[in-house]
Design a protein. Structure first.
Length: 447
């Protein structure tokens, strides 16, 4: 009986404990029902055990200090002041506090008690909306004071042994993104004990640096054509265009356009009337002779293994170059273009002397290990016709030849590569068609 009574006492005690424990847990968690659970931080501010209104008040006070703060931005030798209040920052404080307060409230009784007694740190962040235009304008004003573009190096060549290079000057620019991020971090934080920002200022080089231009140390290609028998107007045009192209620098990846550099060939620029090919006939026009300039340059450039982006042959084969080696141009719609596909800059030297146009291409001497040349293959010819045209301006019976005959042809052009004076490759780069140039005879009909 005594043993039985002892068991009854134990059972009774356990029964009382099982009833009293949930009750005690209930009252324990009940005390936290309108409070934020322990180890909860909003923007690194501890809001543990705070009621909603208390947490909002604490956060509002902290962010009010931030709103009234000025941010000092040091950029170079100047200091600029940004007033945060003018950025009109707005914080979603109440929404975040609601999130913090609701955490754990939907759990069961025992889990709630465990969250309170053995809490895990929780960190929440407040989002902010602000007037970005005000901040962007503030940064733009700093940028105007700070930014300075780089000055490119320059090169002048008077002979292969006299190459002069001037130094480049680095540019300076404000790192706008970094400054914006730094300013926004001040707006997004509730701490205002450090309101200073040091703007990052970067230096940078332009596209044309002294180091790059020092790589130009040798003539890598040269080509000449004769214009000694040309009329005075054509000679003048050739000289003007060649001088315009003299000293042109083309960096790797840059594109050269003949028409863009030459521009309109007008009398105001000194260009004169000279023969040009129009509809397979030689006629007078301002700027005649420029095609010989573009052709000579084309031959110098292609021998650097720089292919053309745009190149067109004449309708009839010109007399100053072999068929397939020419590159005609027209102010309106025909251009000669190429892109510098070399890994070094190229410098173009152009001049006229003793009835010859010469273009020298300067670049790095490493390109002289190989040489390139053009070879043509005429595989079809077309005979010209004899055309007699009446001319009422000539006396009757007068016969005048105004155009000599020249056969037309089809031609293949190959770019040949040589190493150690031996051909190592041959590449077809164009197939050109030239129409025949008819013999034109004027017969006078004037009475």
């Amino acid at each position: 009986m005594k043993k039985f009574g002892a068991w009854l006492v134990i059972i009774f005690i356990l029964l009382i404990a099982s009833i009293s424990y949930p009750i005690s847990q209930y009252y324990y968690t009940k005390n936290w029902e309108d409070k934020i659970y322990p180890t909860t931080f909003i923007n690194d501010i501890d809001v543990s055990g705070k009621r909603k209104d208390e947490a909002i008040k604490i956060l509002n006070n902290n962010f009010k200090k931030v709103k009234d703060t000025n941010i000092s931005v040091k950029a170079g030798n100047k200091t600029y002041t940004l007033q945060l209040s003018k950025a009109n920052p707005k914080y979603n404080i109440e929404d975040v506090v609601n999130d913090a307060l609701s955490y754990g409230k939907n759990l069961g009784l025992l889990k709630k008690a465990n969250e309170i007694k053995n809490p895990k740190e929780r960190k929440l962040s407040i989002n902010v909306k602000y007037d970005t235009k005000y901040i962007e304008k503030f940064i733009s004003n700093i940028e105007k004071d700070i930014n300075k573009p780089p000055s490119n190096a320059s090169i002048k060549i008077t002979s292969p042994s006299n190459i002069y290079v001037t130094k480049d000057v680095k540019g300076v620019r404000l790192n706008k993104k970094d400054l914006m991020d730094s300013i926004l971090s001040k707006i997004n934080t509730a701490e205002n004990n450090n309101n200073k920002v040091i703007a990052k200022i970067e230096t940078y080089s332009g596209n044309i640096t002294e180091e790059k231009l020092r790589q130009i140390n040798s003539i890598v290609s040269s080509f000449s054509t004769n214009f000694g028998n040309s009329p005075e107007g054509r000679v003048t045009n050739i000289q003007i265009a060649t001088n315009t192209l003299n000293g042109i620098l083309i960096m790797p990846g840059d594109t050269f356009s003949f028409n863009k550099l030459i521009g309109n060939t007008t009398a105001e620029k000194g260009y004169k009337e000279a023969p040009i090919i129009i509809n397979n006939k030689l006629e007078a026009g301002i700027g005649g002779g420029l095609c010989q300039v573009s052709t000579t340059l084309y031959n110098a450039i292609i021998r650097c293994n720089i292919k053309s982006i745009e190149r067109t042959n004449h309708s009839i084969a010109p007399a100053y170059i072999e068929p397939g080696f020419d590159a005609t141009v027209s102010n309106k719609d025909i251009d000669y273009k190429f892109k510098n596909t070399l890994s070094y800059p190229i410098y173009i030297e152009g001049y006229t002397n003793d009835g010859k146009i010469t273009f020298n291409v300067y670049s790095n001497s490493s390109f002289n290990k190989v040489k390139y040349n053009l070879v043509n293959e005429i595989y079809e010819k077309t005979d010209p016709k004899k055309v007699e045209e009446p001319d009422p301006t000539l006396p009757k019976g007068t016969i005048k030849k105004v155009q000599s005959p020249k056969p037309g042809c089809k031609v293949k052009v190959f770019l040949v590569r040589y190493e150690n004076n031996k051909e190592v490759s041959r590449e077809l780069i164009s197939t050109d068609l030239y129409k025949p140039s008819d013999e034109i005879i004027k017969i006078g009909t004037k009475s």
